[in-house]
Design a protein around this ligand. Structure first.
Ligand code: SF4
Length: 326
């Protein structure tokens, strides 16, 4: 690890100003990913801007939805009474991520900013276009069991590792951002990027911008489920995950939201499948057809061929489990 400066900030403006002044600086909150990246030499900021003193920990709800401050801890959000009762999909996704110790340190904003767990990205002796643009992609012909099957490019086939973000994508959340040009909001599904020709960019934040919060609109989903398939029961990233939110009355699906994790460079929203599900009966036949549709266009790379079969099974199971919820 190289030497770096460290400053603490107590207002959003001071944090943004400090970031603008120093091109290679980085914000730090829980540090659960950033410190690992620095130890391994994957990233070497010349300055860390500690934002833990900013007033961004609040969770406030009204009739329109809920606003979660970017510095709210993953564990606090998962245990929040309103989240548990009105947005249980988010609580379930958060509790499926990492370990209790990490959830007690990691913030919502940091969860969104975490970087891929592709092993070539973390090994600075190996080629990786995300870490060093133009150096190549070790995973394309190498270890790619965990890698993407949707939206890949010849430059990078990494996946975004978050569980929380899959639920937020399904719930039509939006991201509140502050930057040198003022405040703005973007749809959560527009925050993360596909790898394309610029795999070094994980998201659409502009220079100096800071995530200040996440807003989830109120909804009428009465059946939700987060399904995560992984190598261990805890502290493992998803091979495939599915966030399913359904509004069912009688046996008819009136509204559906669906997103997958572990399959793309960003949370993978399934809008065509959602349209297909709307108005259909909530039964095995519908869910199987939806799962087949969900995997259309998948592209595999050898070791991750199994993800197509697993993805179909996961979508079917997540929808079934959601529909069975009381
Ligand atoms: Fe790097 Fe992406 Fe290739 Fe992994 S998949 S080695 S992160 S370029």
């Amino acid at each position: 690890m190289i030497n770096f400066d460290y400053i603490r900030t107590f207002t959003t403006k001071a944090a943004v100003d400090a970031k603008v002044k120093s091109a290679s600086s980085q914000f730090i909150a829980g540090g659960t990913n950033l410190v690992d990246l620095m130890k391994k030499g994957v990233t070497s900021p010349d300055k860390l801007i500690d934002i833990n003193g900013l007033p961004l920990k609040q969770i406030t709800a009204d009739a329109k939805g809920i606003l979660i401050g970017a510095l709210a801890l993953n564990s606090e959000v998962a245990e929040n009474a309103i989240i548990k009762t009105k947005y249980p999909l988010l609580a379930a996704a958060l509790n499926a991520g990492a370990s209790p110790q990490l959830r007690n340190m990691a913030t919502v904003g940091g969860n969104m900013m975490q970087r891929t767990r592709c092993s070539y990205f973390y090994d600075i002796t190996m080629p990786c276009n995300k870490r060093e643009p133009g150096s190549g992609c070790g995973a394309l012909q190498g270890q790619n069991r965990m890698h993407a099957i949707f939206g890949t490019s010849e430059k990078c086939i990494a996946v975004h590792p978050s569980d929380m973000c899959v639920a937020l994508a399904a719930l039509d959340a939006s991201v509140h951002i502050s930057g040198p040009k003022g405040d703005r909001k973007i749809l959560f599904t527009d925050f993360h990027r596909l790898s394309g020709d610029t795999p070094e960019l994980d998201n659409n934040l502009q220079k100096g911008e800071l995530i200040t919060g996440i807003h989830i609109p109120a909804n009428a989903f009465n059946k939700t489920h987060y399904l995560k398939i992984r190598d261990r029961a805890s502290y493992a990233f998803a091979l495939v995950s599915v966030a399913a939110a359904l509004e069912i009355s009688g046996n008819t699906i009136n509204n559906a939201k669906l997103a997958m994790g572990g399959v793309a460079h960003k949370p993978w929203r399934l809008t065509a499948v959602e349209k297909f599900l709307t108005g259909k009966p909530a039964n095995k036949e519908t869910f199987t057809a939806a799962a087949n549709m969900a995997m259309e266009g998948a592209n595999t790379f050898g070791q991750n061929n199994f993800k197509i079969k697993m993805g179909k099974a996961a979508v079917t199971e997540a929808l079934q489990q959601a529909a069975q919820k009381i």
